[in-house]
Design a protein around this ligand. Structure first.
Ligand SMILES: Nc1ncnc2c1ncn2[C@@H]1O[C@H](COP(=O)(O)OP(=O)(O)O[C@H]2O[C@H](CO)[C@@H](O)[C@H](O)[C@H]2O)[C@@H](O)[C@H]1O
Length: 650
């Protein structure tokens, strides 16, 4: 059984007399300087404690794992204190620590024997603790997000949404947060989004790809976060961050290698608000584009005594994209030859192109998996899936070997941008208390799309990248049959030209029922989310998924394939739940077949047509759920604390 062990280590609060006097008054910075050293010192003391029952015969160890501690107070000088809690997995192994306020400890200590704590997902604090801690955090960290995209500055998908809103949530909790991403200049109106970023007039030279590259930095301070943009000519071109109408850019490895090198320099050289972030920061690196950062910390900086106190967390939003390039390119990356093994990757024989192909490659994501201090995925379900051969895309064994530092944290959403009661993109605002505006949104959407205006006809929506992942093939299979029903269907997406053409052709074939909007358009995505009755997400795999969360917040009922984050976030509708009260927020289906998807859709359509009150209850249940980033931010904080308690992984 998984268990949480509480080791009461009482840390002095931020008023410790031993804290060095700071020449500035920023309390966030002052706390940061005091706490990490105290934290480490106390942890070391803890590791020296022996468990009274930890005898040679191991009787106690078999119960509580090999590293059990006595619940013994080590020192208790202050009234306000923190307690170190130890988490043990199903096999009795120590998987991490976390700090909790003493008040919570007293409550937990009373209950801990009966509680069934879940070791895979970071445990969520009680609601009142979250409320109390919303504006104040216990230990403040300098956090550096490294990402290829961050909304609203650049966006092709969910990565941008997360990197545009999680940093703000962490900053609101008292951390100093920087987000570093490329300064994309496309030569169109999109560039206006960067107009608030000023040139820091700080150019640095980076050594990679056989020469010297000069990059600059732009900066905007917004909503408590330092948004930093790396400037280089390779980021200035039409298209999106990764490609244009001719396909994926051929030099993406170069562009994101530059981003990683620049991100490692930024905390050392940029005096943002007068002070650099310094060497003791936490790098939160997202997906393969940022995956070189933990490797650089270990291979380029630490051998010279730099970043010895830094830590890194890899966040996997999508394991299908790993940044794989020919092995020969390793010498371009600015890494010492002896670190080649960290990125080395050999394709299985069946995946090789020809008889002379040795299958040797470099794999950026693999590099981060074997060097990061901790790994997070964007839902608990997905954190398990990527350790299986079906879901790991070849990396499952490596991830399995690092299972003890792998956590799943379900994404939140930006509840200000996605709020039906104040959304400026939609025809009429509405809320769970007054749903009337939703019908107006539907009518307005039908008019805009040129569909017959019928408030009684179930309107199904799909929004997403037109990619194998999103289950477009299944939709293609099912549409002819679905179009026989009395429904309307609108799809918004861009990506694979084959799917784009199919959408156009299907629109011609079903003029009064189907609309396919090819393109990337944020206002339209809001209109579809608000105007539809049902949102379809038949993803083959889905690390978290954001559209189902947006849909539920807008009273649009999700019908989703039971996978990854979709399974974790959508609760299947059960009209016969206990006490005569229905429960659930949508429909989930499995297996991933046309039949099971159509069956789920038809349950939804029947409920919409025949059980109006059940439908409204479904809408309200979804709309009143908590989608804020507060829970996720608290969980990220715990993982960051664990990262700093352990020594650097390499
Ligand atoms: N044509 C279009 N026009 C306008 N907006 C569009 C659009 N196509 C997509 N979007 C928007 O892009 C975002 C997509 O987010 P998702 O989480 O659904 O998928 P994505 O696969 O990109 O993200 C990956 O990262 C996220 C974040 O961790 C995970 O939730 C997810 O499972 C994982 O695959 C949403 O905000 C959506 O509205």
């Amino acid at each position: 059984m998984e268990s949480l062990q509480l080791v009461p280590l009482l840390l002095p609060p931020h008023t410790s007399s031993s804290a060095p006097t700071q020449p500035y008054s920023n309390s966030r910075l002052r706390r940061k300087l005091c706490f990490p050293s105290l934290l480490k010192r106390t942890t070391k003391t803890a590791s020296l404690q022996s468990f009274p029952g930890d005898t040679q015969d191991g009787a106690a160890a078999s119960q509580d794992g090999p590293f059990a501690f006595d619940d013994q107070v080590i020192h208790h000088k202050q009234e306000s204190a923190l307690v170190l809690a130890r988490e043990i997995d199903a096999f009795g192994y120590l998987v991490g620590f976390r700090l909790i306020p003493e008040s919570v400890f007293i409550t937990l200590a009373g209950n801990v024997a009966e509680e069934d704590f879940n070791g895979d997902e970071v445990e969520q604090p009680e609601a009142e603790d979250i409320e109390e801690e919303k504006s104040q955090t216990r230990v403040s960290y300098n956090i550096v997000f490294v990402t290829a995209e961050a909304a609203p500055y650049s966006k092709t998908g969910g990565l941008a949404d997360v990197c545009g809103s999680l940093p703000i949530a962490l900053a609101a909790r008292g951390h100093r947060v920087m987000v570093i991403s490329p300064r994309y200049i496309h030569g169109d109106s999109e560039d206006d989004k960067l107009s608030g970023a000023v040139d820091l007039d700080r150019c640095i030279k980076l050594y990679c790809f056989g020469g010297t590259q000069e990059v600059g930095f732009f900066h905007e301070y917004r909503q408590g976060v330092d948004w930093v943009f790396v400037d280089h000519p390779s980021f200035h071109r039409p298209g999106n961050p990764y490609g244009d109408k001719f396909g994926t850019f051929g030099d993406n490895q170069f562009r994101f290698t530059l981003l990683c090198h620049a991100a490692c320099e930024a905390p050392l050289v940029l005096p943002l608000g007068g002070f650099t972030y310094g060497e003791s920061c936490l790098f939160l690196v997202n997906d393969w584009h940022a995956s070189l950062v933990p490797v650089l910390l270990a291979a380029k900086y630490r051998p010279h005594g730099v970043y010895k106190d830094a830590r890194s967390i890899l966040v996997i939003h999508n394991i299908a994209h790993q940044g794989v390039e020919p092995a020969i390119t390793y010498s371009n990356l600015g890494l010492p030859p002896e670190w080649r093994g960290a990125l080395e990757w050999v394709f299985p024989t069946w995946a090789r192109m020809h008889a002379l192909d040795t299958g040797e490659a470099v794999n950026f994501l693999k590099g981060a998996i074997v060097t990061a201090d901790r790994i997070v995925t964007v839902s608990k379900g997905y954190s398990w899936e990527i350790t299986t051969s079906e879901g790991g895309h070849g990396l499952h064994e490596l991830l399995g070997s690092r299972r003890s530092i792998l956590n799943g944290i379900t994404n939140g959403i930006d509840v200000n941008e996605w709020d039906p009661s104040s959304d400026e993109h939609i025809a009429c605002n509405y809320s769970a208390d007054d749903l009337s505006g939703k019908t107006e949104c539907k009518i307005s959407l039908q008019k805009e799309l040129g569909l017959p205006v019928r408030s009684d006809c179930p309107l199904i929506g799909f929004i997403g990248r037109l990619d194998y992942q999103k289950g477009i093939d299944l939709i293609r299979l099912a549409v002819p049959e679905l179009m026989e029903d009395d429904v309307q269907f609108v799809m918004l997406g861009s990506g694979n030209p084959v799917y784009e053409d199919w959408m156009r052709a299907t629109e011609s074939a079903y003029r009064d029922k189907f609309r396919g909007w090819v393109g990337f358009n944020v206002p339209i995505s809001h209109k579809i989310t608000a105007g539809c009755d049902i949102l379809l997400m038949p993803s083959t795999f889905e690390p978290c998924g954001l559209n189902q969360l947006y849909a539920m917040r807008y009273g649009t009922i999700p019908v989703v394939h039971e996978t990854g984050g979709l399974r974790d976030t959508v609760k299947n509708f059960n009209p016969y739940a206990e006490d005569g009260k229905a429960e659930g927020t949508g429909w989930t289906f499995s297996p991933l077949t046309k039949e099971s998807m159509l069956a789920a859709l038809r349950y939804a359509i029947q409920t919409y047509n025949e059980y109006k009150s059940s439908w409204e209850e479904l809408m309200r249940r979804g709309m009143t759920r908590d989608y804020t980033w507060v829970h996720a931010a608290t969980q990220y904080e715990q993982v960051i604390e664990w990262a700093f308690i352990d020594p650097p992984y390499c």
